[in-house]
Design a protein. Structure first.
Length: 165
């Protein structure tokens, strides 16, 4: 099952732009944020194709750590709720009270057991070594066991929307 440790594959265009602008280097000579947003949105279309199943995990604090204005954040959180209603997507939220000791902090995506993509500020790493893929699959399983899903996850997302004011 393709899976992500964060909702990078289920971000609204406006939120994706805000995230990328927040990490953009100050002295960038080539502004490729618009192209990067489009590339991410193209990958995101797989979520709704019905040809794959996805498990997406996000830590609760991320729901409240806005890198954008309240309107964009509210739209992003609404987008997460909409995505979570797809029969092909499972959205899990790892409650703040969960212990994450000794687990990685980077975003990563597993593509069955064939590949892992690690999202970095400057790009992606593609991991294809079976031993390393197994490490990420174990990590995803551990994170998924900490998460709440379904109505409980949507309740945490809705609470974050309400907290915006």
């Amino acid at each position: 099952m393709p899976a992500a440790s964060s909702p990078a594959w289920c971000r609204s265009p406006e939120y994706t732009t805000a995230v990328l602008r927040s990490i953009q280097r100050a002295r960038v000579e080539v502004d490729d944020v618009d192209d990067a947003v489009e590339a991410r949105l193209e990958r995101q279309r797989m979520l709704f194709s019905g040809r794959h199943r996805f498990g997406l995990l996000i830590e609760e604090w991320v729901l409240r750590a806005a890198v954008c204005d309240e309107e964009t954040m509210a739209a992003q959180l609404g987008h997460l709720i909409a995505v979570s209603s797809s029969p092909f997507v499972s959205v899990g939220v790892i409650p703040t009270r969960s212990s994450r000791a000794h687990l990685p902090v980077e975003d990563f995506y597993t593509f069955d057991e064939a590949e892992v993509a690690v999202e970095l500020t400057s790009g992606y790493l593609r991991i294809t070594q079976p031993r390393e893929i197994a490490d990420y699959l174990r990590t995803f399983t551990a994170l998924a066991s900490m998460a709440v899903h379904g109505a409980e996850a949507r309740q945490l997302i809705a609470a974050a929307i309400t907290a915006l004011g």
